[in-house]
Design a protein around this ligand. Structure first.
Ligand SMILES: Nc1ncnc2c1ncn2[C@@H]1O[C@H](COP(=O)(O)OP(=O)(O)O)[C@@H](O)[C@H]1O
Ligand SMILES: [Mg+2]
Length: 494
């Protein structure tokens, strides 16, 4: 048998072209760098956890980007630059071993503008750093050690850390406003990008795992600086199971889930949580980082629809074991289908919401009854009056808890909490909570009414105790039990 060697040694630039094209948007590219920086923070817990993103508008329709962190710097250059290497991970946020190579290859397909600088603690103390720059290749690929007295560190942070930079086409940067009509200039695009980052990493920003700021300079040299804030939804109210933390099994692995099931209002953000068809549904995060959003079909077999615009289910799966979490795609812009862990997660969601109600009104039917009661009171009570089902309290502490019905007339302030059928001890405490919320916000309720079709003995007993207590103004609570019929609403009707 004759044999001959097939010479298939790849040419660096061709592989580079093949590595690119994994991402549709600038934000996804940026996320790869941010994932690595945050992963390094999580794995090494440095005292300072800063990330600085610099964006500069350049002539000839180009944009310069750099991402710098105050982490440990690269620990193992060989595996960091190898494709698919799995031995250099700091936390589960390092995954497939392709991240920053994919990102650089997509942003700089010509393999000629990128550069990476890294310094560990020892290097930074000695005024040294390591620099690797384009082009990426498989032979004679070099890293240089540089002395800061010769060429200063290119970033803005002190101590150890990593700095990655590239120049890309303006067209790639424009992807941040995709799907949004309008004529956006450089600064507006930066604002969209800031929102993207604040959304993707909201939990990590909120939990102080990373402090991300953006320094941007337009073509005229005007420089501005912004801190990235966590992008949160505006929940009108929660729906069962409301919000909390629990453990669930995904393909027999224990995973902690933080969840929020709710009905949202339109938020003040540009892109996210807009109570529309593209921002509603189920959102999945892994260790705080968003992975998939706007899921309906995979869970309930239903299409997105206007009547579900209110629905927002946020789930954050937490685990230090990457194998316990659903598998992401190599470009981390989604989750791989057909994953048993994902099926188990979807099953858990369906166990609470077998089928999403078509509108908020279908969630709690007492809402309809309160609407009727509001209309009735608006007809019956003398002016001046405010009768609303939209009054929120606890605004003083930046929360918005909606009171079922709020009635202010010359006779005083009456607040309502209600259920369609029966009340429970919890409902009475909810009413007490509204009362306390009013007081915190500077409102003084005169009567609190708990309304339902009937009240169990426990609630009738408890209300006597509560009315002996005083609120923080020193006045006794004044709670009363009523039925829908007492208030002139024909429910239950025969
Ligand atoms: N900002 C950084 N700080 C420290 N190490 C980094 C940083 N970015 C990348 N690395 C190293 O390079 C490795 C490869 O990164 P990447 O190509 O994104 O793949 P992955 O994140 O899946 O491991 C990481 O596992 C990490 O060891
Ligand atoms: Mg990575």
């Amino acid at each position: 048998m004759n044999k001959r060697i097939i010479n298939n040694k790849p040419e660096g630039n061709i592989i580079w072209r093949g590595l690119g094209g994994h991402f549709d948007s600038m934000s996804q590219i940026l996320n790869e760098f941010l994932d690595n920086s945050i992963s390094n923070f999580k794995g090494n817990n440095p005292i300072i956890k800063n990330i600085v993103i610099c964006i500069k508008e350049l002539p000839n329709k180009k944009v310069f980007f750099s991402i710098e962190d105050s982490g440990t710097g690269f620990k193992n250059l060989d595996s960091a630059f190898s494709l698919g290497a799995q031995d250099a991970k700091d936390s589960p946020m390092n995954e497939h071993g392709f991240g920053f190579k994919h990102a650089l290859a997509t942003a700089n397909p010509d393999n000629n503008t990128w550069e990476i600088c890294s310094r560990n603690k020892e290097q930074s103390e000695k005024g040294l750093y390591t620099k690797i720059k384009a082009s990426y290749k498989f032979e004679d690929f070099e890293a240089f050690e540089i002395n800061v007295t010769d060429t200063p560190w290119p970033g803005q942070l002190n101590g150890s850390g990593t700095y990655m930079a590239f120049t890309c086409d303006e067209n790639l940067f424009k992807t941040v406003t995709e799907g949004h009509s309008g004529n956006f200039g450089f600064e507006k695009r930066v604002e969209f990008l800031i929102e993207d980052v604040g959304f993707t990493y909201s939990n990590l920003i909120k939990d102080d795992i990373a402090n991300i700021s953006i320094v941007y300079t337009d073509i005229h040299g005007t420089q501005k600086n912004k801190n990235v804030k966590s992008v949160e939804p505006d929940f009108e109210r929660y729906i069962n199971p409301s919000k909390g933390t629990t453990k669930i099994k995904l393909d027999n692995n224990d995973v902690t889930v933080q969840y929020e099931f709710g009905a949202m209002r339109d938020s003040e953000h540009r892109k996210y949580y807009k109570r529309n068809m593209s921002t509603s549904g189920v959102e999945i995060r892994l260790n705080g980082r968003v992975i998939a959003t706007n899921i309906f079909k995979e869970i309930w077999g239903i299409e997105k629809h206007n009547s579900y615009n209110y629905l927002l289910i946020k789930v954050n799966l937490i685990s230090d074991e990457i194998q316990s979490l659903p598998t992401t795609r190599t470009s981390k812009n989604g989750i791989r289908k057909g994953d048993k862990k994902l099926e188990d997660l979807f099953g858990w969601i369906r166990s609470y919401i077998p089928e999403p109600p078509k509108s908020t009104k279908d969630i709690d039917h007492e809402v309809d009854l309160f609407e009727k009661l509001k209309d009735l009171k608006n007809r019956q009570l003398p002016d001046p009056k405010t009768i609303t089902t939209e009054q929120n309290v606890f605004k003083e502490i930046k929360e918005r808890i909606r009171i079922d019905l709020y009635q202010k007339t010359n006779d005083g302030l009456v607040i309502y909490e209600g259920k369609k059928e029966f009340t429970s001890v919890q409902d009475l405490y909810q009413l007490k909570m509204y009362w306390d919320g009013c007081i915190i916000d500077g409102l003084k309720p005169d009567i609190g009414i708990l309304i339902a079709s009937s009240h169990p003995n426990s609630v009738q007993d408890l209300i006597k105790y509560i009315n002996q207590m005083t609120d923080s103004n020193g006045n006794n609570y004044n709670m009363k039990l009523k039925t829908w019929k007492d208030e002139g609403i024909d429910y239950p009707s025969i």
